[in-house]
Write a protein that binds this ligand. Sequence first.
Ligand SMILES: Nc1ncnc2c1ncn2[C@@H]1O[C@H](COP(=O)(O)OP(=O)(O)O)[C@@H](O)[C@H]1O
Ligand SMILES: [Mg+2]
Length: 257
Amino acid sequence: MALLELSGISLSFSGLRALSDVSFSVAESQIVGLIGPNGAGKSTLINCVSHLYRPERGSILFNGQELVGRSTPEVAAMGIRRTFQNLELFREVSVRENITLGLVYRYRAGILSDFLNLPSARAMRREANAETAAIIERLGLNDVADVRVCELSYGLQKSVEMARALAGRPKLMLLDEPAAGMNPEESRRVADTVRRLRDENGISILLVEHDMRVVMSACDRIVVLDHGEKIAEGTPAEIRNSPAVIKAYLGEDDDHA
Ligand SMILES: Nc1ncnc2c1ncn2[C@@H]1O[C@H](COP(=O)(O)OP(=O)(O)O)[C@@H](O)[C@H]1O
Ligand SMILES: [Mg+2]
């Protein structure tokens, strides 16, 4: 059974079709790339799965359960975490604090005992600190752990957002252009990290990315959107040679093609 199964997703914005009857699935521990020219509907699709938008038609099954119609906390509790194309971090606090905030959904039950300073809360805080430290190590953020996010390069901020999503111990991660604004070395690290999250934690990943080196090296399968429609789906090798995909990208600038 697919972990995530999208069927017939459609959504318009004031008459403009952003998504038109899109169907595909993501299997357990699979990395699926979602690519397409600017405005193709990639972020809109991520927003439908993470529940920012509600599709007009279609169904989104996660572990066999319908997501459409649920609340955002419910979707988070089911094990779905995301990053944003335009960063959404707490800019004035440190990398470490941003990651710890990613743990909040899981530790929420402890807030009252934390307030009362009970021993259970102190143990929980130690556990949260240890988990945060492990994620910092994992994503190579040791050198900047106590630096405020606003002082970091855009590329590093993207990594912090991934780290925060990871703190939610997701089954599925939705990554919206995690390598945007990165140099080739940083992009390579992102591709490595994505594969490691799958290999070592079994996380399924839906990856929106413009950098084709990242997409081709990280993904098991690729889905291509153009003008809100799925125009191709296949392995990286199949997509690389697909005439429909090459045609869709011809209007884009060279570094996106
Ligand atoms: N909240 C919104 N309101 C109006 N139009 C939107 C909104 N979000 C996306 N769109 C439109 O939907 C289309 C797809 O956008 P988007 O999903 O952001 O594309 P991509 O991420 O593939 O570049 C675009 O034409 C965009 O202008
Ligand atoms: Mg986008």
